[in-house]
Design a protein around this ligand. Sequence first.
Ligand SMILES: NC(=O)c1ccc[n+]([C@@H]2O[C@H](COP(=O)([O-])OP(=O)(O)OC[C@H]3O[C@@H](n4cnc5c(N)ncnc54)[C@H](O)[C@@H]3O)[C@@H](O)[C@H]2O)c1
Length: 352
Amino acid sequence: MSPLPSKLAYVPFVSVEHMMGLVHHIGIEKVLTDLAAEIEADFRRWPLFDKTPRVASHSDVGVIELMPTSDGETYGFKYVNGHPKNTAEGLQTVTAFGLLADVDSGYPKLLSEMTLLTALRTAATSAMAAKHLAPKGARTMAMIGNGAQSEFQCLAFKAVCGIDTVRLYDIDPSATARCAANLAQSGLGVVQCRSGEEAMEGAEIITTCTADKQYATILTDNMVGAGVHINAIGGDCPGKTELHRDILLRSSIFVEYPPQTRIEGEIQQLDPDHAVTELWQVIDGCADGRTSDRQITLFDSVGFAIEDFSALRYIAKAIQGTPYFTQLDMIADPDDPRDLFGMFQRAKPQTA
Ligand SMILES: NC(=O)c1ccc[n+]([C@@H]2O[C@H](COP(=O)([O-])OP(=O)(O)OC[C@H]3O[C@@H](n4cnc5c(N)ncnc54)[C@H](O)[C@@H]3O)[C@@H](O)[C@H]2O)c1
């Protein structure tokens, strides 16, 4: 019989079922608020992190990406895909999982599903950015693109920014109907709209969260009035954008990590030296955010590794003392570290 794995062999694993249980246990709006605070805290210590544009493997139909970072103590990465054609085949556009490891030993500390966690962290990051950039007292958000991320976005803006009304629009009315039904008990006023223009009426915040592998024009220049905050989520790959270029030219643009956003974000439509502000600097107080009521602020979000790192670290803390994880026998841990083969040998089934 194989010897039992040692304690060091085990890595806590959070499955999809556990993630759902944990988030219900804590309460989704509290999770979104806590995540926004965790991400904001890491944006305040931004210079300390290892940073690199994510490593992307593109195909004609989608992209598979690895997103690594480290704060010197803990290393993290996420695997994530983006395949806009997937929903038509009954698959999700975005799926993900991720890992945290101890920098000192290199041993993994947590393995987790991240499809749900990506939706939560993206929504928390969007709302955290809007807290710093959106007009004060904003209550109404237009939500364009009512797919997998959309309810999470709406709830994060309610919990973190005090949004009380969302105006939904999707080219597929059944997506809007589903999103509205899912938000029926949320306490948000929900308005189903038949066009992007209708969704825009009275909105101080505009979130675009569509999926299309092309230079799309979800918002045209005439749809965007003075003073609004745009939270642009769906333009996150080379050749995949949502906003007309003229909107960018009228906006103050805030980004996560410029070397990645220049490749993937809305600003891929602009000159490579077009001025942008790094969001962490606004949070840290060393750069201006919104400076006037008529200014259009644009968070050109593509999703950066530090947000996933913050989210994984939050989950690692949150599962302590709960039943929402299992231990995976993931690390080979021989008694003598150099006798890996001996451990393998002892596991050989005995013949009678
Ligand atoms: N910035 C980030 O951090 C981040 C994180 C996660 C996902 N994303 C991106 O967000 C986007 C949405 O992700 P999802 O998981 O919700 O995708 P999804 O496929 O579930 O939903 C996308 C929705 O957009 C709608 N849509 C497509 N074209 C439209 C148009 N012209 N007008 C209005 N609606 C339109 C579709 O009908 C669909 O309902 C994707 O592009 C994804 O890559 C970004």
